[in-house]
Ligand binder design. Structure first.
Ligand code: SF4
Length: 225
């Protein structure tokens, strides 16, 4: 697909509406990227509230990653059950920790900051339960590397804007956005897509009449014909 001609205008409008990177809350970046990696594994197929509850409980009951790695998977599963898929996620977490310890000699992935971004992505997606979206979140928010993670909001809005074809998978949309949008705007734009998706461009009932980018949106414009 070609570069969308209106991308700059849309990113600017989103920024005017939802804020720029400097306005975003702190806490999106983790001093230890492994913390965010585990948090993001917990976030799969659940909402932010239950993800955060599960993470908090896990950290309270198992204060270090070393303790988590040496615990029974079934006990970890009990601890994180509120986030759903407890057994699966617990198994992923224990496996990931084992691989990290073996590779880096400690429960830390800070060393990835010295790798090139292609190698980082390749390594992260090789971990159990880690896909391109999860890898992208850790890369862009914790490692300071270019990535535009595509979740359900980003995928939906990209399709409706006409940037992505209807049948494009989130992984393909991510590849497309990363190859067309300016790298320095990845983190801020990703967060603005989430805010726009939660507040205006809802999955079931988009509020096109209130939408700031309606005149530039393929779906929104078609409503008027
Ligand atoms: S015009 Fe409608 S479909 Fe397009 S981005 Fe806005 S809310 Fe979403």
């Amino acid at each position: 697909m070609k570069k969308p001609h209106n991308f700059k205008k849309i990113l600017d409008i989103f920024e005017d509406t939802w804020g720029s990177e400097k306005d975003f809350p702190s806490g999106l970046t983790y001093e230890e990227p492994l913390d965010d990696l585990i948090l993001t594994v917990l976030s799969q197929n659940t909402n932010d509230v239950n993800r955060d509850r599960a993470y908090k409980k896990l950290r309270q009951e198992y204060p270090t990653w070393d303790v988590v790695a040496n615990a029974q998977v079934s006990d970890i599963a009990d601890s994180i059950r509120v986030a759903g898929l407890g057994n699966t996620k617990a198994s992923y977490i224990v496996q990931i920790l084992g691989i990290i310890k073996k590779k880096f000699g400690q429960y830390s992935i800070k060393e990835l900051k010295d790798w090139n971004s292609k190698e980082v992505r390749k390594f992260l997606v090789s971990l159990p339960g880690v896909g391109v979206k999860t890898a992208g979140i850790v890369m862009v928010f914790d490692l300071g590397m270019p990535a535009f993670p595509v979740d359900t909001h980003v995928a939906r809005i990209s399709r409706r804007l006409g940037w992505a074809e209807e049948k494009m998978s989130p992984t393909k949309i991510q590849e497309y956005l990363e190859s067309t949008l300016p790298k320095e705007r990845f983190a801020g734009s990703h967060l603005n897509f989430l805010k726009h998706g939660r507040n205006i461009c809802n999955a079931r009932k988009p509020k096109c009449g209130e939408c700031q980018v309606k005149a530039l949106c393929k779906f929104g414009k078609n409503l008027d014909v």
